[in-house]
Design a protein around this ligand. Sequence first.
Ligand code: PEP
Length: 243
Amino acid sequence: MYFIANWKMFGTIKSVNSLNKVISYSKTNKHKAKIVYCPPYTLLKSFVEKTKKTNIKIGAQDCHTQPNYGPYTGGISSKMIKDLGCKFIIIGHSETRAENNNKKINLKIKSALEEKLNIILCIGEKLVDKNKNKTKNVLKKQLLEGLKNLSNLNKVIIAYEPVWSIGTGIIPSENDLIKNIKFIKDTLKKSKNFTKSKVLYGGSVNPKNIKNLMRISNIDGFLIGGASTNEKIFIDIIRKSII
Ligand code: PEP
């Protein structure tokens, strides 16, 4: 099971110390949770150094569409992210989709694949889509356009994050989750011939709902935002995930 911490725009250099308990926990972590931290760009290097002799991996939260270098003020390429020692990258998070259409997301995935980074592609419907019964259409479009012309998907993990669930404390029903995750896996199998797909759930995961979420057998892990910035709460979530 993956437990991926998305710190969003949170933390200063001192926040590196808040990894201490998670590092100790990861060394005793009997059920071998795969822990990944995705802090802001400014903290990537210090997080990589802090977790050097551990099983914890570090990832970025986005990258530029262009590979390598170029005249793009403020841009960070996947090459630069790889150079820092990162192994993962989140692409297409709903909080970045206002500036990112599926075409741009596809280019970002391509550049990250060139650097052999593990990609966490976020997809998910808005409340208005859900209310109009358009969830499957949205998921299919985001998947197929985001992964267009990509054949080797072994380094791509999908994070199903309903937009209405992020930061709201509201999570989908067990039935909807099972159905939507199955739909994502089936779509990848049918249209991309990708059978080993890992699908995570993200949106308001916390120590109170993790046990129920763990009952959903087709979930391969979690992308955790707010709750992951507090190490005690993050460890509590991982601990409680052991059934
Ligand atoms: C996220 O932003 O990826 C996320 C899942 O946020 P939260 O856990 O705070 O809802």
